[in-house]
Design a protein around this ligand. Structure first.
Ligand SMILES: NC(=O)c1ccc[n+]([C@@H]2O[C@H](COP(=O)([O-])OP(=O)(O)OC[C@H]3O[C@@H](n4cnc5c(N)ncnc54)[C@H](OP(=O)(O)O)[C@@H]3O)[C@@H](O)[C@H]2O)c1
Length: 302
């Protein structure tokens, strides 16, 4: 164990996945709650306070900070802009300034919402044009992390799924719960993307830190489809009724924040760098179905 990584957002989906005992690195978690999580040391922290952030980084002195904490509710970001600004940009500035002073690496997680969704899937070189406030803040945060002099890495990802008990529902666990109860679901059929198994992202992040890679990369799963198709696939895979899933348009869904429609991320650059490819949706679902905690907490599916 030669590498020390500090993971913010320890209770979130990606944070929890990074803190699973799968990686050969010293993993230290920090999060808002008092309840420790993960196998290593845990620090409760409010990241909005720059002095608290500096003190923690100074004490821990990780090789890299992997910053997964964020306000990830895109519609809430659109409505509560001051809060979104504070969490999704100001915190990144505090972290970047502390990392710069202490000579630490900083990884920022970003999103396909930096694109407008006119002609995805997108590569790293494609022009950005965020439609939502969440996307605009994430784009600005990329600039902060990729600034001159800072050891910075930005990984854009999208449509994260997986299961870690206690994390908020995601685009796979939420429909599965509803479909298992026999509920009808209305799901948008004009938003395209590639669902990404959270473990693929965690694995790539650890490997990129180990190799001291800097710059901007995309990571999205190997299956490209609409949200509606994804939900139907889920139903079929777990032997539930796909007829419960009704297609609707994004306009009819009436979401607060505008969404990129034909979105998605191309991952070739990272694949050739790491010599590994992210999972297809069917492979990700197989992995999920074999996971002990998922089988226990979703026992009605088996
Ligand atoms: N999920 C996706 O599909 C997706 C797609 C593209 C990009 N990303 C990016 O990937 C990263 C990880 O996403 P995720 O799905 O793992 O997020 P998540 O499950 O929503 O977790 C985010 C975590 O950040 C914590 N947090 C928020 N504000 C904080 C603060 N002021 N101080 C300390 N902790 C704070 C939250 O704590 P509380 O639990 O206390 O709120 C939560 O545990 C994020 O940067 C996200 O924008 C995610």
């Amino acid at each position: 164990m030669d590498m020390k990584l500090l993971v913010t957002g320890a209770h979130g989906l990606l944070g929890r996945s990074l803190l699973e005992p799968d990686f050969d690195a010293e993993m230290i978690g920090c999060g808002r709650g008092e309840t420790p999580v993960g196998r290593g040391t845990y620090h409760p922290i409010e990241l909005t306070d720059p002095q608290v952030v500096f003190a923690l980084l100074d004490r821990v002195r990780p090789d890299w900070v992997i910053h997964t904490a964020a306000l990830t509710d895109v519609d809430r970001c659109e409505i509560d802009r001051p809060l979104a600004l504070q969490i999704n940009l100001e915190i990144v500035r505090h972290l970047a300034s502390a990392c710069l002073q202490l000579g630490l690496g900083l990884v920022q997680l970003s999103t396909d919402y930096v694109f407008d969704g006119r002609n995805g899937p997108y590569g790293e070189q494609d022009p950005t044009n965020p439609l939502s406030y969440y996307g605009a803040l994430k784009l600005q945060s990329e600039g902060v992390v990729l600034q001159e002099g800072l050891k910075g890495l930005v990984l854009r990802t999208l449509w994260l799924y997986g299961y870690l008990p206690g994390t908020r529902r995601n685009l796979v666990t939420w429909p599965l719960e509803a479909l298992a109860r026999g509920e009808q679901l209305r799901v948008v059929d004009d938003q395209w993307g590639n669902p990404t198994h959270v473990h693929d992202v965690a694995q790539a992040l650890v490997e990129l830190c180990r190799r001291q890679v800097q710059g901007l990369f995309h990571l999205g799963g190997a299956t490209y489809l609409t949200r509606y198709q994804l939900t139907q696939e889920l139903a079929r895979f777990f032997g539930l009724d796909p007829g419960l899933v009704q297609p609707i348009s994004t306009v009819a869904a009436g979401q607060q924040a505008p969404r990129p429609l034909r979105s998605g991320l191309r991952t070739q650059a990272l694949e050739s760098l790491l010599h590994s490819a992210p999972l297809r949706l069917s492979q990700g679902l197989e992995q999920l179905a074999g996971q002990e905690s998922f089988r226990r907490d979703f026992s009605t599916l088996f």
